[in-house]
Design a binder for this molecule. Structure first.
Ligand code: URA
Length: 240
């Protein structure tokens, strides 16, 4: 791990904004390997040095994984000059980690998006070879019938001639269905419905790679992945 400024480290681990973290140093409560540090500009290697704020050990995490319930109207990007991004919705302590969204949801799609600073995970999760499963709930403008279920199961030919992998369509009531796909082409779900003569009126992702959206998260809220969800990530990373 590269050296980093100690005020940035302290801020990242929940001790307030960088400015607030700086003030903590004046109190003489920050120690590095047992020595009091008052200079917030000092550089440390958080993987090697033991940093304490009072009696709280700063446990360095190389990679951070967060799930967010993306609201409508927010774009899946780290930064944008005009539009609000999913990263803008993170709190200050998470903004320091340079998280980015794993893949994209359309601006008007809601639901589960994973944010991380682990490029290796993102690469694997998005690799077309991995066939990572995504589950969506789509509202549509016409009733879905047996023929539609069969068409999804066979794979749908999109407007550009690409034939999708077999997908699962499970109608839920009259104008709603769960859709399970194992790839992530541009606007894929909307285009699959267009190809069978239906229009998506709203789309929400509920599962990504076996990780389910936490129903306690309201739109715009996020939380760290829990232990079970982290095991799913580790399994995905360990597979070839
Ligand atoms: N398919 C879509 O059409 N849009 C999304 O945001 C995700 C999948």
């Amino acid at each position: 791990m590269a050296m980093m400024r100690i005020d940035k480290l302290v801020s990242q681990y929940g001790f307030g904004s960088r400015k607030e973290a700086k003030a903590i140093f004046k109190l003489g409560v920050v120690t590095v390997d047992g020595e009091v540090v008052t200079n917030p500009q000092m550089r440390v290697d958080p993987e090697i040095s033991e940093v304490y704020v009072g009696d709280v050990l700063i446990e360095y995490e190389k990679y951070i994984y967060v799930m967010m319930n993306k609201p409508d109207g927010v774009i899946s990007a780290s930064y944008d000059e005009e539009e609000e991004t999913v990263c803008d919705l993170l709190d200050e302590s998470h903004q320091w980690h340079n998280l980015f969204p794993v893949g994209r949801l359309d601006k008007d799609t809601t639901g589960l998006i994973i944010l991380t600073n682990d490029g290796g995970f993102a690469h694997r999760a998005l690799s077309p070879k991995k066939h990572v499963e995504k589950v969506y709930v789509a509202k549509v403008d016409r009733e879905l019938v047996e023929k539609d279920i069969k068409a999804f199961a066979l794979g749908i030919t999109l407007d550009d001639g690409y034939k999708t992998l077999p997908a699962v369509l499970e109608p839920m009531g009259e104008l709603q269905a769960r859709v399970i796909i194992k790839e992530g082409k541009f606007h894929q779900v909307k285009r699959m419905f267009e190809a069978i003569g239906a229009s998506v009126t709203s789309l929400k992702r509920v599962t990504f790679a076996g990780i389910e959206l936490d129903n306690d998260l309201t739109e715009g809220e996020f939380r760290r992945l829990n232990e079970n969800e982290m095991n799913i990530i580790s399994n995905l990373l360990s597979k070839d």
